[in-house]
Design a protein around this ligand. Structure first.
Ligand code: ZN
Length: 430
């Protein structure tokens, strides 16, 4: 009952909150995007950021009514302050390849590695302080890097690369400021494979918008394809010494996991994506071998021609778009203690807590459902807390018997995932 009351109060406050944020945008920001490119180096336990470039891009596709990200998702958060008044004017949580690498044997053994990363924000009218924070072992954000940027600085480049790539509008439903804008980039497609590229995109859009809640919320999305072409077909596969001239350098065996397919060529990804307004990047690999990857608010990747490609596409988009965790728990992964059992994960679809009053999706659990919930035929369709999630068979719980984040199925997202996806769509559109 108390929960219901709180919800109705929050709902009444929403319009006021939204218009106040629109005022914030008009006061501090202009059209366009400030992109801060950074080299992020990890050496054992230490990490260092260095500025690579400052770039003015034509589009910022975010929601001007939601400049402050209060969802508390992601391993990092960037906070932007108006320098003159010390006012928080923008924030956004996100994840990085760096944060995943930092949990691998290579990193824990003292190895060093540099990753290229970008921070994106609406174009500030006046000098800003930009702060990057990262979660510590207790999941509390700690400041790791600060810089100031004066938008009048003549070092800020407006150079537009890859101007020969053409854009195809796959689905247009309205202004980027009130839609989820997806940029699809293609990797490992030669210039004579553009027809296949476009057909592959059509195939995956049918699959994605056939799954709830994307099906019901389809009109909240814009989808644009940048017809990015590579010199050769396919992507890199180190375990078979197969290296291709693919534009984004997508590669299997990322973080030494064969099916994990990431790109470390962030600058190229951002330069190509900048041709369209985007909130979310999907990189499609012209490949048959099973593989994909998804990092929250960075990108998702998927192969084009595998028997499970539809499932991979939707599953990885779930990671990248809504910050969903994996719900499976029996397969080999590269991470060490990804989720310490005495810290509640920030991901919306897994929990260490067993008190229905405190579980993130507790309001979805019907009265009388036992918690933990036995994974038997009686509770097969129930929403509860089922043990086994986040690569751990014990101590981590998911909301449902099955989910697209758990097994190779397109049968649907569990209730916790569905609600998290809806929340994210709302964040971009309301
Ligand atoms: Zn789920």
């Amino acid at each position: 009952m108390r929960r219901l009351l709180l919800l109705s109060v929050a709902f009444q406050l929403l319009p006021l909150h939204a218009s106040a944020q629109q005022d914030l945008f008009d006061r501090y920001f202009d059209k366009g995007c400030l992109r801060v490119d950074l080299h992020h180096t990890g050496i054992g336990e230490d990490e260092v950021y260095a500025i690579d470039a400052l770039i003015r891009e034509p589009y910022w596709a975010g929601n001007p009514r939601n400049l402050i990200d209060d969802m508390n998702l992601g391993e990092h958060i960037v906070r932007v302050f108006d320098l003159a008044t010390n006012t928080l004017v923008f924030s956004m949580g996100y994840c990085s390849v760096y944060a995943e690498w930092a949990t691998t044997d290579e990193a824990l053994g003292g190895g060093a590695k540099t990753f290229h990363e970008s921070l994106l924000m609406p174009w500030p009218k006046a000098p800003v302080q930009i702060r990057v924070e990262k979660r510590d072992g207790r999941n509390i954000f700690r400041s790791v890097f600060d810089l100031t940027v004066d938008p009048a600085d003549y070092h800020i480049t407006t150079e537009s690369r890859y101007s020969h790539f053409k854009v195809k509008k796959v689905m247009e439903n309205g202004d980027p400021g009130s839609k989820v804008d997806i940029a699809i980039l293609a990797d490992g497609y030669r210039s004579d494979e553009i027809h296949k590229m476009e057909n592959d995109v059509e195939k995956f859009m049918k699959i994605l918008f056939g799954v709830e809640p994307f099906r019901s919320r389809k009109s909240d999305f814009n989808v644009r394809l940048v017809r990015s072409v590579s010199g050769q077909s396919g992507v890199d596969n180190p375990r078979e010494s197969k290296y291709r001239d693919n534009l984004f350098g997508l590669s299997f065996n990322s973080l030494e996991l064969d099916r994990y397919m990431l790109s470390l060529e962030n600058r190229t990804i951002r330069d190509v994506a900048a041709k369209v307004p985007y909130d979310q990047i999907i990189i499609l690999a012209n490949e048959q071998k099973y593989g994909g990857g998804g990092i929250f608010r960075l990108y998702s990747t998927c192969v084009s021609d595998n028997e499970f490609d539809g499932y991979i596409f939707v599953h990885e988009f779930g990671h990248a778009f809504a910050g969903l965790a994996d719900e499976y728990y029996s397969s080999e992964v590269a991470y060490n203690e990804m989720y310490p059992l005495d810290v509640e994960p920030w991901e919306p679809n897994i929990t260490t807590l067993l008190d229905p009053e405190r579980i993130k999706w507790g309001h979805l659990i019907a009265a009388g459902t036992p918690v933990p919930t036995p994974d038997d035929s009686i509770h097969a369709g129930a929403t509860g807390a089922f043990e086994g999630a986040g690569y751990s068979a014990k101590g981590l719980y998911r909301s449902s018997h099955d989910c697209i984040m758990k097994s190779k199925t397109l049968d649907g997202f569990c209730p916790a995932c569905r609600e998290a996806i809806e929340r994210m769509i709302d964040f971009h559109t309301r």
